[in-house]
Design a protein around this ligand. Structure first.
Ligand SMILES: [Zn+2]
Length: 94
């Protein structure tokens, strides 16, 4: 015979789950893993390449080893190159 009620173990608090689309886009950007075709991540990456950026906002990411200043658009993420006159252009990607 139990005199005291048994205590229930406290359940762990719900932790917010990371957005799987955001994870897939980061995997593509950082590791080169292609998202599943037709997935929201594939759509997000495809839209990025269609020129959804009205005016690029280049950030200089060049290092000492780069022969020309290189950068990346802060809005659309496209790689950019700076020419001799200081104008940024979208780099052609393979
Ligand atoms: Zn852009």
């Amino acid at each position: 015979m139990k005199l005291w009620p048994r205590r229930r173990p406290a359940s762990a608090p719900e932790r917010p789950r990371a957005n799987p689309t955001h994870i897939a886009v980061l995997e593509h950007d950082l590791l080169g893993i292609k998202p599943e075709p037709g997935s929201p991540a594939a759509l997000a990456i495809a839209l990025r390449k269609t020129g959804s950026c009205f005016e690029h906002d280049p950030i200089d990411t060049s290092t000492m080893a780069d022969p020309h200043p290189t950068g990346q658009c802060a809005r659309c993420g496209r790689l950019m190159l700076q020419d001799d006159e200081g104008r940024w252009q979208v780099a052609l990607q393979p």
